[in-house]
Ligand binder design. Sequence first.
Ligand SMILES: *[C@@H]1O[C@H](CO)[C@@H](O)[C@H](O)[C@H]1NC(C)=O
Ligand SMILES: *[C@@H]1O[C@H](CO)[C@@H](O)[C@H](O)[C@H]1NC(C)=O
Ligand SMILES: *[C@@H]1O[C@H](CO)[C@@H](O)[C@H](O)[C@H]1NC(C)=O
Ligand SMILES: *[C@@H]1O[C@H](CO)[C@@H](O)[C@H](O)[C@H]1NC(C)=O
Length: 420
Amino acid sequence: MGSVSLKIGDGTARFKRASFCSSALNLLMLFSVVTTNLFALYAFTSSPKNHHALHLLPHTHKNISLISEQVSLILREIDSSQKKLAQMEKELLGYESIDLSTSKIASEVRTFLQHHLLPLGKDSKTGITEMVASVGHSCVKSLDLLSQYMNYKVNGPCPDDWSLGQKLILSGCEPLPRRRCFAKTIPKVGLQSFPDSLWKNYSEKIYSWSGLGCKNLACLNAKKLNRDCAGCFDIIRGYETQRYVKVRGKNDFLIDDVLAMLGNGGIRIGFDIGGGSGTFAARMAERNVTIVTATLNVDAPFNEFIAARGLFPLYLSLDHRFPFHDNVFDLVHAGNVLDVSGRPEKLEFLVFDIDRVLRAGGLFWLDNFLCSNEDKKTALTRLIERFGYKKLKWVVGEKINGSGKSEVYLSAVLQKPVRV
Ligand SMILES: *[C@@H]1O[C@H](CO)[C@@H](O)[C@H](O)[C@H]1NC(C)=O
Ligand SMILES: *[C@@H]1O[C@H](CO)[C@@H](O)[C@H](O)[C@H]1NC(C)=O
Ligand SMILES: *[C@@H]1O[C@H](CO)[C@@H](O)[C@H](O)[C@H]1NC(C)=O
Ligand SMILES: *[C@@H]1O[C@H](CO)[C@@H](O)[C@H](O)[C@H]1NC(C)=O
């Protein structure tokens, strides 16, 4: 408003010395400057119900048509700025729909995404009139990769490019489009029947190693693939054989202790998020509990390994809404996958989705979550407390890591309340 007071001062100074005619002109100019600025202030600071700014108008003659002209001008400018902003936001987020007319796009993308009217008209049960294929909106940000992925011979063998598909998924292109080619098959020689399959060390030839750094199990077991999988492919001799049935520290809970916590039907079905090689599901399967294990194949053939054990792998990124209905699981188990980087809202969306799929009275088992700093612990604790879960177990413990440093871990078993 600095420029306004400057103009008023200037106008007033000249007003004193000027003739009647020019003072009337000055008065009009002064009036117009003041009203314009007041209305700009009003438009930008007030809600529609707040009319205080009108009372600030000077007691000079009010030219209503002039005022309304100015107001509509300001409103038009606000409207056009808002449109420009929305457009910029769209471009930044990649929300513009895929332009199927460009030559850049593979013809299979076009074929897959084209809408088709239902041959018999509107379906009476669903109200749907056309068949629509779905693809992640962020696919548009990776059009080159997408076109590469969709470039294949229809009815022929697909390129051995699952890792390209995963790259797309990791950049938000989820779901991927379907393809009309035959995915590479790998003979699954020597599979055992359930439950022997749970702890069987199969030939590594039954897994797909294309696009991976490691080409065998020995290589995987020598690596720390992630915080919840250090040597987790060794299910014959490794620590994996003791997980959930023997404790190493106070942050480890036993599966049998957790199962005993729940009455009312107990634990029958559950969801393990980021479940490594499927050992949690295997231990639960031995107790007749069905667990779905969500994991991608980042650096290792997690999905094939879990499936070979006779367990249910779910190939889904954490950015995707869980493909389950509300209130279905008795148990959700998660570890360091919850360590999502980025803005705090990202973790909130994830935890709300976990809460959604868990039934009232069901358990959320947070397993050895590394609190790399105090802020992370506080943020997660506050978030959990907002949900009003009953803390059946809550353990904050320290562990000495590979480089001799102390690290703080949080483990908890929380019971979802009945909300009304
Ligand atoms: C008000 O402003 C309009 C447009 O500038 C003008 O045509 C009209 O004569 C003015 N009326 C008065 C009463 O000053
Ligand atoms: C498991 O199988 C792999 C080969 O598939 C082999 O290298 C490894 O030694 C086996 N582990 C045990 C404990 O038998
Ligand atoms: C699992 O179910 C089978 C078949 O109903 C039963 O024989 C077995 O005792 C159950 N195991 C456990 C640990 O409950
Ligand atoms: C051990 O913890 C420290 C501090 O948190 C960290 O900088 C280091 O990378 C960790 N080392 C290993 C092997 O995890």
